[in-house]
Design a protein around this ligand. Sequence first.
Ligand code: HEC
Length: 147
Amino acid sequence: MKKIAALGLAGILTAASTAAIAVEPEDAINYRQGAFSAMAWHFGTMGAMVKGKMDYDAEDFSRRAEIVAQLSKLPMEGFIPGSYTGETDALPAIEQEWDKFEGGMNTLIENTAVLAEVAKSGDMDQIKPAFGEVGKTCKGCHDNFKD
Ligand code: HEC
């Protein structure tokens, strides 16, 4: 009963999605880290192609760009109250500067959507700057909110 009351309060404090109320902090941490890892898996290969370290395959690049755009929507719901200690690199600043953090996530969603769209052109002159924007978004947030 006590636990249910605490979780209910947490839900009120964050106004997070109802899914967030039902999970344990460790699960939320694993979930968001998994989403980021999958994102980095594809983004890394895309980066190798952009930098010419790997042959550019337009179809494969485009497929990965779509995946990254979809994955960018996942981590947010894993940032729940009580999940900023333990096996995590997420900084408590996330809770203190929630609007800024959420803004960063929304920028990621927007920029990865642009990249996925531009990737369809197969034109590296357009892809490069769009890829760069996404990279900056990753780094910008990590500098502020990741240990
Ligand atoms: C708005 C903030 C934000 C953005 C944007 C963001 N990240 Fe992260 N990222 C985080 C936070 C916070 C963590 C730490 C998560 C944790 O340890 O609980 C993290 C962790 C990671 C990790 C480590 C996962 C693990 O297994 O511990 C990788 C890899 C990563 N991000 C890649 C990326 C890539 C690639 C992008 C851009 C395509 C990106 N991130 C964009 C905030 C962000």
